[in-house]
Design a protein around this ligand. Structure first.
Ligand code: GDP
Length: 473
């Protein structure tokens, strides 16, 4: 189950001697056929200059599939992000869920927002919620390589219906391949028409189960606290069908949800454990920083000595605040943690001097067809439909042209984040990105092309597709 030094070297196409030397420099003496702890394997790979993509071979799912013994996997609770248009009730729903928490009332202490919380439902299952609603935070995390959300709850107001950010949220969830449960909110209002909302949503590919579709849809009122329990049970049901699993009996790995410098407590970070069990005294490498777990607590201030998969905990004992979306791993020695963090910091500094490049517009899927993902923005709705039809028709047997998101209105920072997360190209028609967005795109290495003439747009996309076919360009 654990990878040997030899296997790992072969996977990275490196000489075994070099890998052993690197391990020695990290303070680990090994022989060629020795099996490595997963964390050490991950770290040495990252130390040998593997970029995040390759390192992610050893990320949670893959570790579970490849190295982890399936017999050791146990069900874990789902992690949920709430999305939806502004004012449709995301914050109200988060509050309603929080107050429905069966276990929440027991602690009596002040509730602090730590970026994520876990609730115990009526039927005894746990659900974890990320406390920053909206697709911006979701996609920002994903653009840093962190996929933490298992299920998206899309809140749609039963009086307003589908709005621009509803569509954005649908597309961001779709691009991340995360299933969507719809909460049709504000059903207490006289003008509420939940059936009409279902109709509208089905135009965007979300079809309720009782219409033969795949999406669970529930009518709720966040304000009047109606059907919140059923919503939670549906999330649990969905999680059960997804067979979410992790191995709790190994060293922990996961993601930083939030971090800050607290004037009283010093650097604190909310960590979401994705696999393994995090314990007091564990040595951590977190992005470019490190630490030792001195204390763990939840949003009610309840202390933990151990945190199992899908548990968010605020951790004390970190050297300096990491960044949201950073990965953390537990390593055996404090000195390793420090050295690795130090060398990553140096690398990050060097890398920040060079612009990053997302030139890989292609995504070679298993079937050997290539995808060209495009985010299409236009000044008016009318040109949008015509353009996206023409573009989608350009798909060939070799290249699938995918419009992963389209919308009328300016190019936004959230579009750039989606482009980074999905390796997409942004195409604008009859509009210009503002300076801030342009700067962000440049920094992230995202290509934005804007056009005034449809013919030019089509010709350029065609050229990009041909470029994908020809490896020399
Ligand atoms: P967000 O922008 O999506 O986070 O929306 P909020 O949670 O801030 O809600 C926006 C407004 O809608 C607030 O005034 C809420 O009180 C109200 N609201 C939220 N949920 C409901 C509901 O179920 N019924 C009614 N009548 N009002 C609601």
């Amino acid at each position: 189950e654990l990878v040997t030094v030899k296997d790992l070297s072969e996977k990275m196409k490196l000489k075994v001697g070099d890998v052993i030397k690197k391990l020695m420099s990290m303070g680990t003496l090994v022989t060629i056929n020795q099996r490595l702890d997963t964390d050490i394997a991950i770290l040495v790979a990252s130390e040998l200059g593997y970029d995040a993509k390759l390192v992610s071979i050893y990320s949670e799912e893959k570790v579970e599939n490849k190295i982890e013994d399936p017999a050791k996997l146990k069900p874990r609770s789902p992690v949920v992000t709430i999305m939806g248009h502004v004012d449709h009730g995301k914050t109200s729903l988060l509050d309603a869920i929080r107050s429905s928490n069966v276990a929440g009332g027991e602690h009596g202490g002040i509730t602090q927002h730590i970026g994520a919380y876990r609730v115990l439902t009526q039927t005894g299952g746990y659900v974890t919620f990320l406390d920053t609603p909206g697709h911006e935070a979701f996609t920002a995390m994903r653009s840093r390589g962190a996929q933490v959300t298992d299920v998206v709850i899309l809140v749609v107001s039963a009086t307003d219906g589908v709005m621009p950010q509803t569509i954005e949220a649908i597309n961001h969830a779709k691009a991340a391949n995360v299933p969507v449960i719809v909460a049709v909110n504000k059903i207490d209002l006289p003008g509420a028409d939940p059936q009409k909302i279902r109709q509208e949503l089905s135009n965007y590919g979300l079809v309720p189960e009782d219409w033969g579709g795949e999406n669970i849809m529930i009518d709720i009122s966040a304000k009047k606290r109606l059907h919140i329990d059923s919503l939670l049970e549906m999330v649990l049901l969905k999680a059960e069908m997804m067979e979410l699993k992790a191995n709790p009996d190994r060293s922990a790995e996961g993601i930083v949800v939030e971090a800050k410098l607290d004037p009283r407590k010093g650097p604190v970070a909310t960590l979401l454990v994705q696999t393994g069990t995090l314990k007091i005294g564990d040595n951590l490498v977190i992005g470019t920083t490190y630490g030792k777990v001195r204390a763990m607590s939840d949003e009610h201030g309840k202390r933990f000595t151990e945190a199992v998969p899908s548990t968010p905990v605020e951790v004390l004992g970190i050297n300096e605040p990491p960044q949201a979306g950073d990965k953390f791993v537990v390593v055996s020695h404090e000195s390793h943690a420090r050295e690795i963090a130090q060398s990553r910091k140096e690398k990050a500094k060097a890398a920040s001097l060079k612009p990053r490049h997302h030139l890989s517009l292609l995504d070679i899927s298993a079937g050997n067809t290539k995808d060209l993902s495009i985010i299409l923005k236009a000044d008016v709705q009318g040109s949008l439909g015509a353009l996206s039809d023409s573009l989608e028709r350009m798909s060939t047997s070799e290249i699938t042209l995918k419009i992963i998101h389209k919308g009328a209105g300016s190019i936004t920072e959230s579009d750039v984040a989606l482009a980074v997360a999905s390796d997409a190209l942004i195409v604008g028609f009859n509009l210009r990105p503002d300076a801030a967005v342009e700067k962000l795109a440049e920094h992230e290495g995202v290509t934005i092309n804007v056009y005034r003439i449809i013919y030019d747009l089509i010709a350029d996309v065609k050229a990009a597709m041909e470029g994908l076919l020809d490896p020399d360009t």
